[in-house]
Design a binder for this molecule. Structure first.
Ligand code: GLY
Length: 463
C-alpha cells in the first residue's frame, strides 16, 4: 500500500470534483470457478484500490462529499475463517493504513444507504463489470441489476478518470518495476523460441516469471506463431524454422500496477530478408511515435503517423501503391493494421476501460472515428504529463480479411492484391513499449527490451 496520506489526499481530490451526495465504491468479492470454495485468485477493483488501497474482498467504501467523512463497510473475519486463512487485519487496522475515518460491519451498509436515499441524497457510482456488483447495487439502491449501468454517475466517471490518468511518482515507480519483470519474461521468451518447442512451454515459463515476482500476469499471455490473430490464446503449435513468434505479455505488481509489452522474433534466431523488410517498418513506426509523443499532441495524430509510416513501408515493399496520405485518409492501411496504436495503462492493463473507453481515450476535443481501423483506437486525446500509455503498432496478414477485401476489390488503387498473395502465410508483427509522458517529451519505461533486428538476433544467439 501507499501511505495513508496518499489515499486521504486522493479521496479529498475526488470529493472536490463532485457537486454533492455520496460516492459509493464497492470493492470486489471472491468469484468461484467450478464450486463455491474453489475461487479465482482474488483481484480487487482498481478504483477501489486507488482510493482505499485495501486488497481484501467484500469491503465497500463511501465518501460523503457534503460532510467530508469517509467510511468502509466490511466484516472482521471470525475463527472459522482464521483456521483456513490465518489471521487477517481488522477493518480498524485497514483504516489505520488508508486514513478512513469510520468503519462499520457490512450489515450496517443497507441502512446507511437507505437513510441517504430517504433524505433525497444523490448516490454516485461507477459502471459495474461484474454480475455480483450489479446484484449488490440492485439490493442497495433498488435499481434492477440490468439497469445499473444505465444509472451511473457521469460526474463520478469523469472525476475518477481525471485523477487516475495522471500517474503519481509512486505509481510510475511501481509500473516501471513491472516493465522490468516484463524484460525477464520477454528475454526468456526470445531465448526459448527455437524449432521443436511447443508454444505452451514458453507460455508457462513466462507466466511463471510473473508469478515468481509476486504478481500474476497483467492479462492472459498472447504467444503465438499465428501473430496475425491479434489476441491469440491458442498455445499448442510446435515452433518451426522460418516462422515468426509474437509474445504480448506483461506482469502485474503486488501493488497491482501493470506492464504490457510485445515483441516479435524469428523462430530459430535469424530473420529472413522478407521478415526483416516488414519488421523494420513496424520498428520505425514504434520508434517515430516514441520520438514524437509529448504533452499537447493528440494520440490520434500519433496513430496516423504510425499508419503513414506503415503505408509508406508497405508501398516500398510493393504491397501498397498510390498516394500514402490518401491511402491512410481512406483507411486502406487498416487491412494490415486493423487496431489502434495504444491505450492508457496503470492499475488496469487497459487502464479504466471498465469506466468506458470514450471517457478515458476521448474528450470533447476528439470524437471516435467510424472508419474501420481508426474506430478501434482506444486512446485519441491530447497527451498530458503523467500519462502512461502503450505504443504498439503492427502489421498483420490476415487471410480471412484479405479474402473479403480482395473479393470486394476494396481500395484496389492502394493495395497490390497480386503481391499480397506472396505474404498470405507471413503471420503478424507487433512491437509494443510502455511510455510515460513527461513535462516536455516522453520516456520508455523500464529496462530496454531488445527490439532491433540486431539486438534480437544477438540475444537469441546467446541463449
Ligand atoms: N496487450 C494486449 C492488449 O493491449 O490488449
Amino acid at each position: 500500500m501507499f501511505s495513508k496520506e496518499i489515499y486521504t489526499a486522493r479521496r479529498k481530490k475526488l470529493s472536490e470534483q463532485i457537486s454533492d451526495g455520496l460516492i459509493l465504491l464497492p470493492g470486489n468479492s471472491d468469484v468461484p470457478f467450478n464450486y463455491p470454495a474453489n475461487i479465482y485468485s482474488f483481484r480487487q477493483d482498481s478504483s477501489f484500490l486507488y482510493f482505499f488501497g485495501v486488497k481484501q474482498p467484500d469491503i465497500t467504501g463511501i465518501i460523503d462529499v457534503d460532510s467530508g467523512e469517509d467510511y468502509m463497510f466490511g466484516n472482521d473475519i471470525g475463527i472459522d475463517d482464521i483456521i483456513w486463512m490465518g489471521e487477517q487485519p481488522t477493518m480498524k487496522e485497514f483504516a489505520g493504513k488508508n486514513g478512513v475515518s469510520q468503519t462499520y460491519p457490512t450489515e450496517k451498509l443497507d441502512d446507511f444507504i437507505k437513510n441517504a436515499l430517504s433524505q433525497g441524497r444523490k448516490i454516485h457510482f461507477l459502471p459495474a463489470y461484474r454480475a455480483q456488483t450489479k446484484l449488490q447495487l440492485e439490493k442497495l439502491l433498488g435499481i434492477p441489476a440490468g439497469e445499473i449501468n444505465g444509472n451511473v454517475s457521469e460526474e463520478l466517471i469523469k472525476a475518477v478518470v481525471k485523477l487516475r490518468s495522471v500517474k503519481e511518482p509512486g505509481e510510475i515507480e511501481d509500473i516501471e518495476k513491472t516493465v522490468d519483470v516484463a524484460y525477464e519474461m520477454h528475454t526468456a521468451s526470445m531465448k526459448a523460441a527455437f524449432p521443436g518447442i511447443k508454444e505452451q512451454e514458453i507460455y508457462g515459463k513466462i507466466e511463471g516469471i510473473a508469478l515468481s515476482h509476486g504478481g500474476p500476469v497483467s492479462f492472459p499471455v498472447i504467444l503465438s506463431v499465428n501473430g496475425q490473430i491479434l489476441h491469440n490464446h491458442h498455445h499448442e503449435n510446435i515452433l518451426k524454422e522460418g516462422q515468426l513468434m509474437v509474445t504480448d505479455a506483461g506482469a502485474e505488481s503486488p501493488m497491482h500496477y501493470c506492464s504490457d509489452i510485445t515483441r516479435t522474433v524469428p523462430v530459430g534466431g535469424k530473420f529472413s530478408e522478407k521478415q526483416k523488410g516488414i519488421y523494420e517498418i513496424v520498428l520505425k513506426a514504434n520508434i517515430e511515435v516514441i520520438k514524437n509523443s509529448k504533452p499537447g499532441i493528440f494520440y490520434k495524430d500519433m496513430h496516423l503517423l504510425s499508419a503513414k509510416i506503415i503505408a509508406q513501408g508497405l508501398k516500398d515493399e510493393g504491397l501498397m501503391k498510390g498516394d500514402v496520405e490518401e491511402a491512410v485518409a481512406n483507411g486502406a492501411h487498416a487491412l494490415f493494421y486493423p487496431h489502434g496504436l495504444g491505450h492508457m495503462m496503470g492499475l488496469d492493463v487497459h487502464d479504466m476501460e471498465g469506466l468506458g473507453e470514450n471517457y478515458v481515450g476521448y474528450d470533447e476535443t476528439v470524437k471516435r472515428s467510424e472508419q474501420f481501423g481508426l474506430a478501434f483506437l482506444r486512446m485519441a486525446r491530447k497527451l498530458e504529463p503523467g500519462f502512461v500509455i502503450t505504443v504498439e503498432p503492427g502489421i498483420y496478414f490476415i487471410p480471412a480479411l484479405i479474402d473479403i477485401w480482395k473479393k470486394e476489390n476494396k481500395f484496389s488503387d492502394f493495395i497490390n492484391y497480386k503481391k499480397l498473395e506472396e505474404y498470405r502465410d507471413f503471420g503478424g508483427i507487433r512491437i509494443e513499449d510502455d511510455i510515460l509522458i513527461t513535462e516536455n517529451d516522453c520516456r520508455v519505461l523500464g529496462k530496454p527490451i531488445p527490439k532491433t533486428v540486431e539486438d534480437i538476433e544477438n540475444l537469441m544467439r546467446m541463449r
